[in-house]
Design a protein around this ligand. Structure first.
Ligand code: GLN
Length: 285
C-alpha cells in the first residue's frame, strides 16, 4: 500500500474526528519519523508491512476517540511542542488566553513570582517562563506523574526559571508570596455527560472533574490564594463556558477586587481575573 492509499483509507475510518485527513497525516508522519510535508512529496511510496501495521494500530485507537496527542506523545502549545501522556490533560489552544492575559498584567522585565497550580504538562508555566526569563515560576501539581512530564518539558525547552513542587493547590506554595497565581483547574461537574464523550474518557479525571458542580477546585484556590498573593497580586482562573457569572461572584465574596471576565477567540467565556488588594492577608476560617 502506498502513502496516499493508506491515508485515503484511514481518513474514511476516522469519521469520529473533526479532522480525519489531518489526523491520519500526523499519525503516519509519526510512524515514518518524517515531517508531514514528506507525505505530500512521496504519495506513491510503498509502506513496509511493519509501518503499515503500526499505522493501522494508531488509526484503530484514534477511531475509538483516543486523543491524537496521546498517540503521538506531543501537542503544540503557544510556540512550542510539549510532550504529553495520559497522566496530563492535553493542552488546549483556549488556554493561550490565560497566558496572554498573564503577560499583559505582569511586567516582563521584573522578577515576578508566579505560580501555576495544577500545571499538568506545564503548558501555562512553561509558556510564561519562556516569554519572561526574568519571572520565577513555580509549577505545582498533586500528581507526581504530571510533574515529571512538566519537568521533562522544561528541560527540553532549556527553561531554568521554573521550579516544580508537588501539592494540592496552594499547599504547594508553602509560605511564599506571589505576584500572580494562575490555574486551569478541573471544573467539570461529575454528572456532566461530556465526561464520557469523545476523547475526555482518556484524559485524567483528576484534571477534568471537580466536586461541587465543578466548583470545588475554584473554591479552594480562590480561598487559599488570599494567603499567598501580595497586595495587588493577580489571580487568573480558566473556567467552563457557563461558569463565569458564578465564579466572579465567588471571587467578590472572598474579597477580591477588579474582578473581570474574558472570552476566548470563539467568544466563549473562558477566564476570570481578580486582584487581591487588601493590605494584609486574611486569616483563614
Ligand atoms: N495547566 C494545564 C493546562 O492548562 C493542565 C490543566 C489541568 O490539568 N486541568 O493544560
Amino acid at each position: 500500500m502506498t502513502i496516499k492509499q493508506a491515508l485515503d483509507a484511514a481518513a474514511v475510518e476516522l469519521k469520529c474526528s473533526d479532522s480525519p485527513r489531518l489526523d491520519a497525516e500526523i499519525m503516519l508522519a509519526h510512524v515514518l519519523k518524517v515531517e508531514r510535508s514528506y507525505l505530500f512529496t512521496h504519495p506513491e511510496l510503498e509502506l513496509s508491512d511493519d509501518s503499515l501495521q503500526c499505522f493501522q494500530r494508531y488509526v484503530a485507537r484514534r477511531a475509538q476517540s483516543e486523543p491524537i496527542a496521546y498517540l503521538v506523545g506531543n501537542k503544540s502549545f503557544w510556540d512550542f511542542e510539549l510532550a504529553v501522556n495520559s497522566h496530563v490533560l492535553v493542552p488546549r489552544p483556549e488556554t493561550e488566553l490565560l497566558v496572554e492575559t498573564a503577560l499583559e498584567l505582569g511586567a516582563a522585565d521584573e522578577a515576578l513570582r508566579v505560580a501555576d497550580l495544577g500545571t499538568g504538562s506545564g503548558a501555562i508555566a512553561l509558556a510564561l517562563a519562556k516569554e519572561c526569563p526574568a519571572w520565577r515560576l513555580l509549577a505545582a501539581d498533586i500528581s507526581l506523574e504530571a510533574l515529571e512530564v512538566a519537568r521533562q518539558n522544561a528541560e527540553a525547552l532549556n527553561l531554568i526559571n521554573v521550579e516544580f513542587v508537588q501539592g494540592s493547590w496552594c499547599e504547594a506554595l508553602g509560605t511564599g508570596c506571589y505576584d500572580m497565581i494562575v490555574s486551569n483547574p478541573p471544573y467539570i461537574a461529575p454528572s456532566d455527560p461530556h465526561l464520557i464523550e469523545g476523547g475526555l474518557p482518556f484524559e485524567p479525571k483528576l484534571a477534568l472533574q471537580a466536586a461541587d458542580a465543578g466548583f470545588a477546585a475554584f473554591k479552594s484556590i480562590a480561598d487559599e490564594a488570599r494567603q499567598h498573593l501580595r497586595p495587588g497580586g493577580w489571580l487568573l482562573l480558566e473556567h467552563g463556558f457557563e461558569q463565569q457569572v458564578q465564579l466572579k461572584a465567588l471571587l467578590l465574596e472572598l474579597g477580591y477586587a477588579a474582578v473581570s471576565g474574558h472570552g476566548d477567540l470563539a467568544s466563549c467565556d473562558r477566564l476570570v481575573v481578580a486582584q487581591w488588594n487588601q493590605a494584609q492577608t486574611v486569616a483563614s476560617d
